[in-house]
Design a protein around this ligand. Structure first.
Ligand code: FAQ
Length: 329
């Protein structure tokens, strides 16, 4: 069973308060309240460290696994221009994982341990990358709307409290905004193309909408970690706030293209300004994040193979003999 044993289990209150020196905890919380950034060498509660490792590590895993559904379309992209752009995007996503693993390492967990926990199924990664990209249109919907969702979440959290994570997120968001433009252009191309192209992108939207709604995490009332993460300014917006912001920014753009979304109840309440929608199937979400989605086994198998095939490269690079190799001119 993937996902470890801590799914939807609230952090124990005693972990939060009683194990920590009250004076140090108060000073730490005062720093957070003043909007100061925490650096790796600063004192921090054990739970803050643990939560950050969990969240940044899952985020890093999501980036390398996230390269896979779109990656399968590089060789089948419909033009040379699209192939070049998609290849650069996928490469960027893997680079984001590098930045994030580096940020998580500052908290004391080694990269080897994180990758081990990914490939053994102990650690989670985003639900969304456990679905197949059947057609080229699926890859364009990922590039536009999954990147859009990632930007909503990550531009908020880039203003958070843990400095190394914020620095990584700032760089990541700059690149993600190029991905979003590329994805939007590719979706517009299909939506304004032949009837078959329109049909293809509509079908992809229908497939991806429920996992995109899941992407922002469970509703706030079901979320386990939001309270403490918001309190310590790791999460700068709740799951529901991010979901609402995403719908506010992108549902009108989807409708403008004459495309529809597979939810008859989706509407913005004119009085409250809040988007109303049918709750996506949260039981499916739990199954997918715990290893039982359409592609979980395939995704982890690819990562396991990459680890095995790359072992000799890591061994060679770490070999003492490497120090005698002259640098390339
Ligand atoms: N998928 O208490 P909460 C990208 C888990 S990057 C899987 O609400 P939290 C770029 C959660 O871990 C995408 N699991 O959790 C790209 C917890 O389980 P645990 C990733 C999920 O942490 C684009 C349990 O449910 N982004 O897309 C998900 O407060 C295109 C309870 O949930 C980030 O990682 C989910 N969607 O809020 C790449 C951003 N949601 O650990 C390629 C940073 C929840 O107790 C192509 N992370 N769970 O076993 C976050 O902002 C937060 O961690 C949330 C979840 C919002 C994801």
């Amino acid at each position: 069973m993937y996902g470890g044993g801590n799914t939807f289990e609230a952090p124990k209150p005693e972990e939060l308060e009683t194990n920590e020196d009250p004076q140090l905890l108060a000073a730490f919380e005062a720093r957070i309240a003043r909007g100061e950034k925490i650096e790796p060498h600063d004192w921090m509660p054990a739970l803050y460290r643990k939560q950050l490792i969990r969240m940044i590590e899952q985020h890093a895993h999501s980036e390398i696994i996230g390269a896979l559904p779109e990656g399968t379309w590089i060789t089948r992209a419909p033009s040379f221009k699209r192939k070049m752009a998609l290849m650069a995007k996928v490469q960027d996503e893997v680079g984001h994982a590098q930045l994030l693993y580096g940020a998580a390492e500052t908290l004391g967990k080694s990269r080897e341990a994180m990758l081990h926990d990914l490939i053994t199924g102990k650690s989670k990664y985003s639900n969304i990358f456990n679905y197949p990209a059947f057609t080229w249109a699926d890859s364009t919907v990922i590039s536009w709307l999954v990147d859009a969702g990632a930007i909503v979440n990550q531009t908020a959290n880039a203003k958070g409290s843990y400095a190394p994570y914020c620095r990584a997120l700032e760089r990541i968001c700059a690149e993600e905004s190029f991905h979003l433009k590329y994805g939007h252009d590719a979706v517009v191309h299909l939506a304004t193309g032949t009837p078959l192209q329109r049909q293809m992108v509509q079908e992809a939207l229908n497939r991806w909408w429920p996992p995109i709604m899941h992407f922002f995490g469970p509703p706030d009332k079901m979320s386990v970690h939001t309270e403490v993460l918001v309190r310590w300014k790791v999460k700068m917006a709740t799951n529901d706030e991010c979901r609402q912001q995403f719908m506010d920014m992108y549902v009108p753009k989807i409708w403008e293209l004459g495309l529809t979304l597979p939810d008859p109840n989706l509407r913005k309440n004119a009085e409250t300004g809040v988007w109303e929608y049918t709750e996506p199937d949260w039981e499916e979400f739990k199954r997918v994040i715990n290893g039982d989605g359409p592609c979980n086994k395939e995704r982890l198998a690819v990562r396991r193979t990459a680890e095995e095939r790359g072992a000799w490269v890591r061994k060679a690079l770490l070999s003492p003999k490497m120090q005698y190799v002259a640098p390339l001119a």
